[in-house]
Structure formats: structure tokens, C-alpha cells
Write a protein that binds this ligand. Structure first.
Ligand SMILES: *Cc1c(COP(=O)(O)O)cnc(C)c1O
Length: 361
């Protein structure tokens, strides 16, 4: 068997991409908010059903810039069960992450533990729709309102998802999406921020372009987070296939579900019936199974299947920050027992079945 990676990028037909970028040879405008950038913003606004969106060169800079644009101070309540980017974005803004434990049911932030962590320095909550599992957003909104906090979702895993028929890009004060090559929808590298307050638009645009207001005025110390025209063109092509992409992932998702559903000692992802899912990940919790997570990981690897110990280590256990955050026992337990199996649109159900054979034999 050839090596199977945990994920593989989907690409549009080559001719379609070539046609999309061929215009760039005519107008020679390759970046700095060009025509493709504008078209993609419009197309995404429509798809996500949002009033405000700003594109970025990647998801991480989108989040980092968004946090900066909101002028937050002090402490930010967040989850350690995420990709390092979420916590890095907080720390790189000179803010202190305060780690809240997660729910065993779906690995999202435990809303019953948030209030205990709020101090007079808290200014925001940064939850993550981890694996595309939508956070308990109504509870989070209630807490945020009571204490006057901003809510910024890391929605990197949740592109295209809806809850109660609302596109999740519309919940909270703002959401960040990643359009990295490994995500359900991609622009090679890329990302976006969607937000409620229209006033943020000019601020985000300034911050992603060196703080430049116009030719004569640089009012802010901004970075460079602009999405270029080749990225935007890839996005325009991929967006035409998004429903098909999700449909194909769904097949793999249910192939795994059917095989692993009732196995003793294994817990698989339960879908929330109120959510239209994007089937972005297939995490499996090896709890009391006869083989532990690390053994399954090694056995799959021996046979050319690369699964991932997502998310391990936790970000409050990460060497980079020089300190370990609050204790989060459930997140710690999950990080030590979870394994994400390969899932992508072009993975064949046969391979998914073979992966299950390896796990079960
Ligand atoms: C991918 C990802 C990011 C970062 O996005 P990039 O586009 O790779 O910069 C942030 N948070 C989470 C949870 C992610 O999975």
C-alpha cells in the first residue's frame, strides 16, 4: 500500500485554475487587494451569509491581527486542546492565555468552568470549534454579556458548518477561518476573519497592510497579511466544489463510523443533530481498548498509514511559553488517548476499511 497521509489537499481541474489565473497575465496585478481578492470576498460573504469578511494570507495572521484590532488587554480565556496557533496568537499580542478545560463529550471548551476563571483582567474568550464540533455558543454569549467580554471563535475547522440553520461564521463577535491546504476549503495558504462590527473593516485592512491608510499616511504599526491573487483564484475555484468536497468526506466519515461504532473501549465522534457538519476530522478516543493510542499509531504507521495525535501536546504543556498554564485534566486525558484517522475527499472507502481492519485485528 502506498503511504496514506492523515489528509490530502483537494484541487480543482487544472484547466479551470489556469483559466482563472490567466487574467493575471493580462492585468499584471498579483497582490494588494486585486480583482480576484475582491471576487473571493464577495463569494465567501454569500456562502457564509455574513455582512463582513476580511481575507488574510493565512489563518494564523488572521487571528493574530483580529486580536490586535480588538485592542484587548490582560487575560484571555481559551482552550489548550487546539493547534498551537490559537495560543500563539494570544501570546504574540502580549496577552495572557488562561486555560479552561474541555468537555469530554465533544472536546470544546467547558462553559461550566469559564466563570471561575474570570478576573478583573479578563477581556475576551477565544473558544475553538475543535474538529468542527460547534462550541456551546449560547452559554458562551451569556457569560460574555454578563461580564462584558468579547468572543472570538477559532473556526479553523468549521468552514461551511451551520447550527440551527445559522452559518457559524455569524456567532460571537468574530470568527477566524483557515484556508490552509489541509483544510476542507483552501486557498493554498490563506484565511479570513468574519465579524459583526463593521467598524473593524478599515482597521483590519490597515493592520494587514503595514498600517498604511493612504499614500500619505501610515497611522498604525501593522504587519503584512495580504492574500495574493493566486491564492484568491484557488479559492474561487475550490468554492465551486465545496458541497461535493463535504459530500465525499461524509462517505469516509460514515465508513469509519459503521466499523468503529460499537467497539468496546473505543469512543468515536458523535455528530450534533443540530449541526450541518463539514466532516473535517475523524478523531477516535482509545479509552479502554486492548491496544492503547500509541500502539495503534505505531501499527498504522508500520503499514504506511499516517494518523495524527491531534492535539498532543496540549498548548498549556508546550515548552515555548516558559510556563505551564492552569491544570486541565480532561484535556490532558483526551490528548493522551486520541488519534485522528486519515480523512479527505479522495480517500477511498476501501482504504478506510483497511484502516479499520488494522485497528480491529
Ligand atoms: C490550521 C489552524 C490554524 C492556523 O491556520 P493557518 O491557516 O495554518 O495559519 C489555527 N487554529 C487551528 C485550530 C487550526 O487548525
Amino acid at each position: 500500500m502506498k503511504t496514506i497521509n492523515v489528509t490530502q489537499s483537494s484541487l480543482p481541474p487544472l484547466e479551470e485554475y489556469v483559466k482563472e489565473i490567466s487574467e493575471l497575465w493580462e492585468n499584471k496585478w498579483l497582490t494588494n487587494m486585486g480583482k480576484k481578492h475582491e471576487q473571493l470576498e464577495i463569494a465567501l460573504k454569500d456562502y457564509l451569509n455574513v455582512d463582513n469578511i476580511t481575507l488574510f494570507t493565512n489563518g494564523h495572521l488572521a487571528l493574530e491581527t483580529l486580536i490586535s484590532a480588538l485592542d484587548l488587554t490582560g487575560e484571555i480565556i481559551t482552550t489548550p486542546f487546539t493547534f498551537a496557533s490559537t495560543t500563539h496568537a494570544i501570546i504574540r499580542n502580549n496577552l495572557t492565555p488562561v486555560f479552561c478545560d474541555i468537555r469530554k463529550e465533544d472536546y470544546t471548551i467547558d462553559t461550566e468552568k469559564i466563570e471561575d476563571l474570570i478576573t478583573d483582567k479578563t477581556t475576551a474568550i477565544v473558544p475553538v470549534h475543535v474538529y468542527g464540533n460547534i462550541c456551546k455558543y449560547e452559554e458562551i454569549s451569556k457569560i460574555a454579556e454578563k461580564y462584558g467580554l468579547k468572543v472570538i471563535y477559532d473556526a479553523a475547522h468549521a468552514f461551511g458548518e451551520k447550527i440551527n440553520d445559522i452559518n457559524i461564521a455569524n456567532i460571537g463577535d468574530a470568527s477566524m477561518f483557515s484556508f490552509h491546504a489541509t483544510k476542507v476549503f483552501h486557498t493554498i495558504e490563506g484565511g479570513a476573519v468574519t465579524y459583526r462590527d463593521e467598524v473593524l473593516k478599515s482597521k483590519l485592512n490597515r493592520l494587514k497592510n503595514f498600517g498604511i491608510d493612504d499614500y500619505d499616511c501610515i497611522s498604525t504599526v501593522g504587519g503584512n497579511g495580504k492574500m495574493n491573487e493566486f491564492q484568491a483564484s484557488m479559492g474561487l475555484c475550490n468554492l465551486r466544489y465545496i458541497e461535493n468536497e463535504i459530500e465525499k468526506r461524509k462517505k469516509i466519515f460514515f465508513t469509519y463510523t459503521n466499523r468503529l461504532n460499537k467497539v468496546d473501549g473505543i469512543k468515536i465522534q458523535k455528530l450534533n443533530p443540530l449541526v450541518k457538519s463539514n466532516y473535517s476530522y475523524f478523531p477516535v478516543l482509545f479509552e479502554t481498548y486492548r491496544k492503547d493510542r500509541n500502539i495503534v499509531f505505531e501499527e498504522l504507521k508500520k503499514q504506511g498509514i499516517l494518523s495524527r495525535k491531534y492535539f498532543y501536546p496540549l498548548t498549556n504543556d508546550c515548552d515555548a511559553y516558559g510556563y505551564h498554564g492552569e491544570e486541565t485534566p480532561i484535556a490532558k486525558y483526551v490528548a493522551e488517548h486520541i488519534l485522528c484517522l486519515p480523512i479527505y475527499a479522495d480517500l477511498s472507502p476501501d482504504i478506510a476499511n483497511q484502516i479499520c481492519d488494522i485497528i480491529l485485528n
